[in-house]
Structure formats: C-alpha cells, structure tokens
Design a protein around this ligand. Structure first.
Ligand SMILES: CC(C)(COP(=O)(O)OP(=O)(O)OC[C@H]1O[C@@H](n2cnc3c(N)ncnc32)[C@H](O)[C@@H]1OP(=O)(O)O)[C@@H](O)C(=O)NCCC(=O)NCCS
Length: 461
C-alpha cells in the first residue's frame, strides 16, 4: 500500500516536472519550421547557379553494377564515408553518444534524440527530447482495424511480411493522403508528411510487438503504452522484456545508431522513390520494409545468427580460431556469403559494430556469453579469410555481425524477428527524408534505363 502510493507520488511529480519543461519547449515541427527556409534557399542557389556543373562520370560499370558509387541522390540527414562510417549531420557515433540525451536514468542514445538530430540537424535539449517522447507515446496506440488485421494473419507468415502489411494498412488514417485529395498547397506537403511520419514512428512499437506476441507468445496480454516512457522503453515493455534494463538500453542504442545510413541503401532508397510519387509516408515506408526483408540487406542479422548457431551445433563447445577458419572456408566454398561481413560502401569495420562491441565490453555477463565470444573470435579470423578468398571489396564486419547475438544472449531468441527491430529503427532516417523531400519540393524520381544494345550504341559514340 505504502509502496503503491509512493509510486503514484513519484509519477505525479515526474508529470509535473515534465509539464513545466514542456511549456517553454519548442516542438519538433516548430524547430523544423525554423530550419527549412535556409535549406530551401540552399537548394534554390544550387539549382540556379550549379545545375549544369559536372560532379562525376557515368561509367558502364555503374549501369550494370547496381549503380554503386553513382552520385545521383539528395539525402540530408546522414553521409556515409567508406573509411570512417556514418555521420549524422556531421556527427559520428561517438559524438552522438556524448551529446544526444539519453532516457532518464539511462546512458544510451534514444530514438527521440536521434530523430530530432536527423530531422533538424540540431542536438535536442533534454526537455525537447522528453517532449517528443511524450508526443510519440500519446500517438502510440494502434487503431482497432490494424489490430484485427494483424491478428488475422497466419503466425507462419514471416514477421517482416506482417510488419509491411501493418504499416501499409495504417495509411487508412493518412492525413497526407486526405489533404492531397482536398487539394493542399505544395508548401503544406511537408507538414502533413511530418504528421504521418510521427504517427507511424509512434505506432511502430505497438505494431511490431503485436506481431511478436501473436507469433511467439500467443495468449500473452499486451501492456498499454506507458506515457512516461520513451519509444524504445515502451517497445521493450510491449515485447515483454521491460524488466531487463540492459536489453532496453541495448535496444535504445541499436535502434538509434541504426536509424539512418544515408540514402542509397535499398530500404532508404525505396522509401525515397515511392514517396517521390507523393504516395503517403505509410505506403512509402511499407515498400521500404519489403526491401529490408531481403537477405543481402536487413535479413542479414537473422542470417548471422542462423549461421553462427549452425557453426556452434557442428563444432560444439571450445571452438578455436582454426575451427572458425575451417567453417568460414566451408561456407565460402559452398558458394554462400559470410553474413555480417562486407558492405556496399564501407571499406573498414563498421563503427556501429564497434559501438555494439563496446556495449558488450562494458557488461561482464555479455563478455562471458559464449555467443558473444564467438562473435569476437569470428571477427579475429574472418577478415583474413575473406581477404584470402579475394572476392569481397570489404572483408570487415558490418553492424549485423554483432546485433542479433546480443539479443539472443538476453533471451530474445526468435531470430526471424530481428529484422523487424531493424525496421522499427530505419523508420527514423527514411521518414526524415520523406519529410525533407516534400519540404524541398524534390521531384518524382525517374532515372534513365538502357538496354544492352543501347549501351553498345553509346560505347561506339
Ligand atoms: C553487403 C553486401 C551485399 C555488399 O555487396 P557488394 O556491394 O556487391 O559487395 P562487393 O562489391 O564487395 O562484392 C564483390 C563480390 O564479393 C562477394 N562478397 C561480398 N561480401 C561477401 C561476404 N560477406 N562473403 C562472401 N562473399 C562476399 C559478393 O557476393 C561479390 O561476389 P560476386 O562477384 O560473385 O557477385 C555483401 O558484402 C554481402 O552479401 N554481405 C553479407 C550479407 C550482409 O552482411 N548484409 C548486411 C549488409 S549491412
């Protein structure tokens, strides 16, 4: 009784503290309103003064090689350097870890502070971050029609397929679509795109957790969204792991640093392409999720774990470096890729992999875990084997070499679900660009394709 009233008193004072900070705090939309004009001006100047400036050549290898390296897309929130890795508005992952607000009582970056940075290019204050958390929590409930739709799906349908279906169906409530039908002005596009994007980000935890519950824990009650928690705090709670503070902190870090990886990756690019047709943010991000579901992209975190568990099963305990080497060669000789290694752009170890490794190094239970130790041991030999194999341009690990194994250690062992967590994360960056593309009035994407005969003709010229 005493404990319960103490909890209530604490909740009340926390609410008051939040309330008093909120009164003088700008919203994300107001901050965007301030930063958009300068960017519009910058784009106008680029168009008028430099439209015809040449910034690179198009080679045949770009056309037949999946457009690798072709500089042909505008993306504001982050830029990927092949050697240094990702920078969010110029900030590295360690910069973000130092400057972006964490959850109350936590240490790791949270999705809200990363989203604020991605959207506005500014580091949010503590109060701005808490206010955004509250805004998202208030929008976080799923409409009943989506709950019913998700509950009607077969539990054998892959969780990523279910996520894509759920996100597409949320477009039933799209304010962007309704405003477009009413004939909104072009200058208003971004405001509706923002509203939809925030609602979608807010609803992703409830949607993703419902899919998890239906497939893996049928019959379990789903808790209500806790209005005092951050997005990932709620997500972990809904998944049923809220009591595990380390897992919650891990997911906060993972979801934040995985939120954007510039624009050319398949899922981000898909969201950008689809939204350039003025499809609403729900449809755009739903399409992105189906790109993310491919094994060369988001599904890799599931594949890493499958690969590693198969190795453990075959080799038993006490796996040595030589055993891993042999297993790597076996994988390569059978024509498969080594999941978690290589990258379309990166040419060094992924700083996101390093950040996750540092998280593991700071926790004795993770250091002692055989799954995490195997990740480390594999990292010690795989780059050498892949270099000797001689095919991949980047023998170093990407983020997925570590991400799933930590989840597995903490008891979230259903690895078919891992890409869904990636899908919750990538919404931050992909939807930021959807908002900016509308604010900048970017046009419908329409690259020129060529047949091989047309290419031959061009070569002759
Ligand atoms: C990420 C990935 C798709 C990038 O592909 P890419 O840009 O074509 O990479 P490269 O230019 O280095 O590929 C050159 C060759 O090396 C191979 N290669 C690349 N990474 C490899 C790996 N991890 N294991 C084995 N072979 C690999 C490619 O399959 C390709 O072979 P091919 O010429 O027979 O088609 C690729 O590295 C890969 O498949 N990695 C494993 C899956 C993964 O971890 N994905 C998550 C990415 S974040």
């Amino acid at each position: 009784m005493l404990a319960r009233s103490a909890v209530r008193l604490h909740a009340l004072s926390a609410k008051r503290a939040l309330g008093s900070r909120l009164a003088s705090t700008k919203t994300l939309k107001e901050t965007l309103q301030e930063v958009i004009p300068a960017k519009q001006e910058q784009l106008k100047k680029l168009k008028t003064e430099h439209s015809q400036t040449v910034i690179g050549d198009v080679k045949v290898e770009n056309v037949i090689g999946g457009m690798r390296g072709l500089k042909s897309m505008l993306w504001e929130a982050s830029v990927l350097d092949p050697n240094e890795g990702i920078r969010f508005h110029g900030m590295t992952i360690p910069d973000c870890q130092e400057k972006l607000p964490a959850a109350p009582g936590g240490k790791e970056i949270i999705a809200e502070s990363m989203l604020w940075l991605l959207m506005t290019g500014k580091v949010p204050t503590e109060a701005e971050t808490r206010q955004l958390s509250q805004e998202l929590a208030e929008k976080g409930d799923l409409p009943a029609y989506v709950e019913n739709l998700i509950d009607s799906l077969s539990p054998s349908l892959h969780p990523m397929t279910q996520l894509g279906i759920g996100v597409a169906a949320l477009n039933h409530d799209s304010v962007f679509q309704k405003a477009y039908e009413r004939g909104m002005k072009k200058t208003e596009y971004w405001t509706y795109a923002l509203e939809d994007s925030l609602t979608l980000i807010a609803r992703l935890p409830a949607l993703a957790a419902r899919i998890y519950r239906n497939i893996y824990k049928p019959g379990n009650e789903l808790p209500a969204i806790d209005k005092s928690l951050d997005l990932v705090g709620n997500y972990t709670n809904l998944l049923g792991y809220g009591a595990n503070k380390d897992l919650t902190e891990y997911l906060r870090l993972y979801i934040s640093i995985h939120g954007d990886h510039e624009g050319g990756n398949a899922s981000a690019h898909t969201a950008h392409l689809v939204s350039s047709t003025l499809a609403d943010p729900y449809l755009s991000y739903s399409a992105a999720l189906f790109a993310l579901a491919g094994p060369l992209h988001g599904l890799a975190n599931q594949e890493v774990l499958r690969w590693q568990l198969a190795m453990q099963k075959e080799l038993g305990d006490n796996i040595t470096h030589d055993h891993i080497k042999e297993y790597l060669w076996k994988t390569l000789k059978s024509g498969q890729v080594v999941p978690g290694y290589g990258h379309g752009v990166l040419r060094k170890s992924d700083p996101r992999f390093i950040a996750l490794q540092e998280f593991c190094d700071s926790r004795p239970d993770l250091l002692a875990s055989s799954t995490i130790q195997l990740v480390k041991k594999t990292f010690e030999v795989a780059p050498g084997v892949l270099t000797e194999h001689g095919k991949t341009k980047n023998p170093w690990p990407n983020v997925d070499a570590a991400s799933g194994c930590v989840l597995y250690h903490y008891g979230l062992t259903e690895f078919k679900y891992y890409t869904v967590i990636f899908g919750v994360s990538r919404a931050l960056g992909a939807l930021t660009q959807v908002v900016w593309a509308r604010a900048l009035g970017l046009p419908l994407e329409r690259p020129k394709s060529l047949s091989m005969d047309a290419l031959q003709q061009l070569i002759k010229v």
